[in-house]
Design a protein around this ligand. Structure first.
Ligand SMILES: Cc1ncc(COP(=O)(O)O)c(C=O)c1O
Length: 411
C-alpha cells in the first residue's frame, strides 16, 4: 500500500469505507508477471474483488479472468473484458449461466460434472456454436499446506481424478464441445512455495498422463491459484521473485522435455495474492464499554462489511487480522481490547485480545489486507446497515468505486 491520509478520506466521505490501492496492486502484478515465462497467462480471479473500478483498473493489464458466476461474466463483459479470455469455473453453474457463457463467447468453461457437460453441449448445439472446455479435476491428493483445500478429498469441486477418463471420452463424442485441456485448483492462501511448486508438478504429471492415455491435446493447462499473503502474527510473505523463478524453471523444463506440453499455454488464476494486500477497511469507534474486566471497542462497521476478519471464513483457529489505530501514535502503549461491530450477534467480533494503542470514541481503525474476499464475502444486509463505501486509488487519484447503499434502496 502507498501512504494514504485516511483521516482526510474519512472526513470527506464518512465511515466505514474500503480503500483499494490499484497503483500498488498493479505494480505488484506487473512485477510478478514479468518474472513468469511467456507460456503463462496470469489471470485475475474476479470473485476476490468485483469492484467495477478495480476491474477497470485491471482491464488493459491482465490477459484474462477467472469467473465463477453468470453475474461475474456480466459485470466483466460490461466493463469491456473480452469473453474469449475468460475461464468460467464453479460447481452448480445453472443452465442460464451456461447459456450466458455460450452466448457471450466465454473462451473456456471449466466443466465440473458430467451433467454440466451434457447441458453445455445441448446449449451450444441450440445456438449453433462450439464451446471450449477444460475439465476440472479433483486430484487424489493436494499438498496439505493449502489451508483451505478444495481438492484432494471428497468435494463438490471438480471431477474426481478416477472419474476423469470417462468424462474425457464422453466429451470427445460431443460435436459441440472442444476439450482444450484440464484445470486443477487445489485450495487457497498457501504461503509455502514448496507446496505451490509440488501442486504444479502434480498437475503437470496428471494432465500429461491423461493426454497420453486419451489423446487429448493440451492447448491449456490451468494450474489454479491459491498463492497466499500473510494475515496473522508469525506468518511471513513468500519471496515472490524466488517463487516466480522456480515456477518458470519448472514450466520451462517441462515444456522442453515433455512433447505434450511443448505448445501448451498455462493459466494461473490468482485472486488473494494479486489484490489481498492492497485493500484496507476503515471504521470509526462509536462506543467503548468495559464489561467484567474486558474492554469492548464498538465500531460503526463489522462482520456485515468485512466478514473474514471475524475468523469465520475458512479459519480453523480464529486469529486477529492486522489492525492499526490510525488516530493514535503507533508507539503508544497498547492494551488488549476486543473490536466488535454493531450487529446483534456475538459472531460480530472483529478482533479479540488485540494489542493496539487504546482506542477511544471517534478513533479510526484500519483492518489491513482486506482487498480480497472481504466486501464480496460479507453479509452486507444483515441488520440493514448502510453498505460501506468503496474508494479506489488509481493513477494517483481517489475515486468512488462503489457508493454507499441504503439497505432500503433495494426495494
Ligand atoms: C476455481 C478457482 N480459481 C481461482 C481462485 C482464486 O483463489 P486465490 O484467491 O486463493 O488465488 C479460486 C478461489 O476460490 C477458485 O475457486
Amino acid at each position: 500500500m502507498n501512504a494514504h491520509d485516511y483521516a482526510a478520506l474519512a472526513a470527506q466521505h464518512g465511515t466505514p469505507f474500503y480503500l483499494y490501492d490499484m497503483d500498488a496492486a498493479l505494480a505488484h502484478y506487473a512485477q510478478f508477471a514479468s518474472k513468469l515465462p511467456k507460456s503463462v497467462d496470469l489471470y485475475y480471479c474476479v470473485k476476490a474483488n468485483t469492484n467495477p473500478a478495480v476491474l477497470k483498473a485491471y482491464l488493459s493489464k491482465v490477459p484474462g479472468l477467472d469467473m465463477s458466476s453468470g453475474g461475474e461474466v456480466e459485470i466483466a463483459t460490461r466493463i469491456g473484458f473480452d469473453a474469449k479470455r475468460m475461464s468460467f469455473a464453479g460447481p452448480g453453474k445453472c443452465a442460464d449461466e451456461l447459456e450466458l457463457a455460450v452466448k457471450k463467447g466465454v473462451g473456456i468453461v471449466s466443466v465440473e460434472s458430467p451433467l454440466e457437460l451434457e447441458r453445455l453441449a445441448t446449449i451450444a448445439a441450440k445456438h449453433g456454436m462450439r464451446q471450449g472446455i477444460t475439465i476440472r479435476i479433483n486430484p487424489h491428493s493436494a499438498p496439505k499446506d493449502f489451508p483451505m483445500r478444495m481438492g484432494g478429498g471428497p468435494s463438490q469441486f471438480g471431477i474426481p481424478e478416477e472419474d476423469v477418463p470417462r468424462i474425457v471420452e464422453f466429451a470427445k463424442t460431443l460435436q459441440t464441445i472442444d476439450l482444450v485441456g484440464f484445470h486443477v485448483y487445489s485450495g487457497t492462501n498457501c504461503l509455502e512455495p514448496r507446496a505451490i511448486l509440488e501442486n504444479v508438478q502434480q498437475t503437470l504429471q496428471l494432465t500429461v498422463s491423461l493426454s497420453r492415455a486419451h489423446d487429448v491435446k493440451l492447448s491449456i493447462v490451468n494450474l489454479g491459484g491459491g498463492f497466499g499473503i500473510p494475515y496473522f502474527a508469525g506468518q511471513v510473505a513468500m519471496d515472490n521473485d524466488a517463487l516466480a523463478k522456480s515456477l518458470a524453471g519448472m514450466l520451462n523444463e517441462a515444456q522442453a522435455s515433455i512433447p505434450e506440453l511443448s505448445q501448451t499455454r498455462f493459466i494461473l488464476e490468482l485472486g488473494r495474492f494479486l489484490i489481498g494486500a492492497y485493500g484496507v477497511y476503515v471504521t470509526r469507534v462509536v462506543d467503548v464499554k468495559e464489561a467484567r474486566g474486558k474492554r469492548f471497542v464498538i465500531m460503526d462497521g463489522g462482520m456485515n462489511h468485512c466478514f473474514p476478519a471475524t475468523g469465520n471464513f475458512g479459519q480453523l483457529i480464529k486469529k486477529n487480522y492486522p489492525v492499526q489505530n490510525l488516530s493514535r501514535d503507533a508507539s503508544a502503549k497498547t492494551v488488549p481490547q476486543e473490536l466488535v461491530g454493531p450487529l446483534c450477534t456475538p459472531i460480530d467480533s472483529m478482533a479479540r485480545a488485540l494489542e493496539i494503542p487504546r482506542a477511544e470514541v471517534g478513533d479510526l481503525l484500519a483492518f489491513m489486507h482486506c482487498g480480497a474476499y472481504s466486501f464480496g464475502a460479507s453479509p452486507l444486509f444483515f441488520l440493514s446497515h448502510d453498505t460501506p463505501l468503496e474508494l479506489v486509488y488509481n493513477q494517483g487519484a481517489y475515486a468512488i468505486g462503489r457508493s454507499r447503499k441504503k439497505a432500503y434502496a433495494f426495494e
